[in-house]
Design a protein around this ligand. Sequence first.
Ligand code: LLP
Length: 417
Amino acid sequence: MNSYREYFTYRNGTLYCEDVPLEAIAKEYGTPVYVYSSKCFIDKFTQLDDALSKHPHLVCYSVKSNSNLNILRMMQSAGCGMDVVSGGEIYRAIAAGVDPKKIVYAGVGKTSSEIELALATGIRMFNCESLPEIERINAIAQNMNKIASIAIRVNPDVEAHTHHYITTGKKENKFGVSLQLLPDITDVLQKLTHVKLTGLHVHIGSQITEVEPFEEACRRALEVMKALRAKGMDECTTLNLGGGFGIEYNDEDGLDIAKWAASIDNTIKDKDIFLIIEPGRYISGSSGALVTQVQYKKKADIKTFVIVDTGMHHLIRPTLYQAYQHIANVTLREGKEIVDVVGPICESGDFFAKDREISYTEQGDYLAVLSAGAYGMAMASRYNSHPLPAEVLVEGDRYRLIRSRETYEDLIARERV
Ligand code: LLP
């Protein structure tokens, strides 16, 4: 099970994160505020790390899902590596004290300056997505007198059964190299002097809840690896299986990690293969709640709107992916009602829930939008000139501010008049 229910529980009608009442945090730091359970991060990392115990491996937390420096620090102290996708994420990982040899770098659009930064930092490997990218890395590595370790991202053309915006391993997606084009690329690659092929990478999408797509992608990547090794590329020994492990947002089942691990054990018998995984959501998703305050209850012709002090600008998942995010009253009241929970933004797409039955709520109440630890704050914007929320990390019965709320001065600080 990977659900917010493990970390956010009611005690005497009031919602806690671990052993801290959310109301205390909302009162101290104001709303909107993202609140995270540190126990969730560590539990989920440990679960995945243990699941791969039969193989030499490294779990690289996907920084993009929640990139707060304190969270990266906590993860690196737990022994986690990092999956990054930009110069900014390399910068964050290094600032958090991550060993460069535990950093893997993916993304279809790496710029020259990002590649230089990655090489100067001494990251473990690049996950490459095209021949022109590999040629660019080779040229820059040559200038810097370095040899870049690279994996090719394979596009296995596997259906991941998830939202089409977050499917990445199909032919029509921009990611990776198809199995058909791969031989041409490896032929060119063998002639390049400053890149060394040390592995393959495959990431087929996000919020995947079935084992089969992972197994199929893994099997296809493994076949490619065997073929490359047979051609003499015997340094190609790392298999990066990507991220995408699904969690429970509502009543659906998340990915069964024991079943997934068993399928990996069955598929990969060779203990010389070094495995990497890049979980983001699985580690950060259930950890977070976005705590907000009801500003108004507006009874309209055919609906009741609960208008809160945050919205699509701070948590875009409901409107962007039609994603379900559970909404809970921080202090329970008697009764239930069907409402739309909406934000202050001047767009009709600004909603968290439509026609949703939630516990009865009144103006001034605090609500928690759950399972918001992944791709919540990470995708937040200042649209309509709302400052970004504060972030608080809970550990048992203690909590601390890990990002202060932005101010109006912050909003205009970089603008030049
Ligand atoms: N590795 C690569 C190469 C990725 O592109 C991603 C996510 C991950 C790992 C981590 O995936 P995860 O384990 O978190 O599923 N904003 C969307 C999700 C976008 C995922 C992008 N890539 C959402 O809120 O559902």
